[in-house]
Design a protein around this ligand. Sequence first.
Ligand SMILES: *Cc1c(COP(=O)(O)O)cnc(C)c1O
Length: 450
Amino acid sequence: MEYISTRNPDTKVSFSQAVEHGLAPDGGLYIPSQLPDLKPYLEAWETLSYSELCKAFFELFATDIPKEALDEIIDRSYLSFDDPAIAPIRKLEDNLLVLELFHGPTLAFKDFALQFLGNLYEYQIKKLGKNIAVLGATSGDTGAAAIHGLLGKSGVTSFILYPNGRISPLQERQMTCTEASNVFPLAIEGSFDDAQTAMKTVFEDREFADEVGLSAVNSINLARILAQCVYYLSAFYRLPKETREDFTFVVPTGNFGNVLAGWMVQQMGVPIKGFQVATNQNDILHRLFETGVYAQEAVAPSLAPSMDIQVASNFERFLYYAVNGNSDKVCTIIKTFKSTGTFVFEDFNRDTFTSSRTSDEEIASIIKKVYEKYGYVVDPHTACGFAETIDGPSIILATAHPAKFPDTIEKSIGLEVLHPSLESFKTKPIVKYSVEPNPEAIKQFMREHL
Ligand SMILES: *Cc1c(COP(=O)(O)O)cnc(C)c1O
């Protein structure tokens, strides 16, 4: 399988190269040159366990990695999950299910991809004998998951940018209290979008990228999207067989990486009905799906900080498919959007997507309502999945464990929700660095600390 850039189909790389680069040299995102058809496999995959399914799926994509090595990487990636099903489903009602994606080491869905990516990096470093510097920007959970996926991997140094004061205190502790010497949490004064923009510019400096062996752990890294595809497949098989094609997947969305993975699985021939893009008050994607106008606004910090995003990186991948693989058109749209903050689609095809927006007040009242009705506690991100507009059989993706956001939970239902894996962080010292959100300052910091 070959991988191409959304901005130029002549850029062709292998799976390992796509993982190593993260972002394509032309600033585009890597995608498979062709999506495989999963229909011929669907029956045979029905009874596979989570990691078996993951192996079968990745065999189609990671074609330049020997099967044995790949299987071993996958086996190790899901060992630290605390539920045997890896991604268990909770039934609230016959037609209202929750797909729990918070059983990994940092209690958010990002672990699915970043545990895998950490092991993949380790394999590649051994094979190539080349160290890497990981640079990521986080709205909270990515940083924690990346740091924990890379902890103790030799040859990797991690630099994670995050908006100072705009992530939850526990999210910050997960990143800054690791006591690891190869981890640099960089607190910037600005929003997540500022961090992400600076990071992208660093990646566009190819000379610097080669010099330090730069790699991206953000959801622009294709390996992350592909690893996320697996829980959609797994969930599909665990839905009641007679009605599984009636279920809509409801996905709390920020950078569009999670829901894109599901949509790709559907594009590969798995009969998923559709997707609801559930945003918080930062609703650029909701407005897009409602009106066809992609218009950036200022980021307004919310109770669901990992979704406080206006420029959704992974949207470019959907865009590529939406314009039928016309990469010139992708470039024009991205350019217009970058310079004016708006792009108006003439006849936007929303495909099987619906969308919703949930305000902070609604988040709090949903947490209360869901708890009172079902005795089930949802985190503020997952709460956005319970918007009024969901309709018909739905499976809501629970993207984080409520214990990560104790203040909001306590205010909404008066309960203290704890999780043992978070307790140990509460007493350790915080180690963080402050850096200007501009590419030169970031490069200088990295050079000094590598
Ligand atoms: C990252 C994150 C999201 C948003 O996912 P995207 O892939 O960026 O759309 C939602 N909820 C939680 C808890 C997250 O950590």
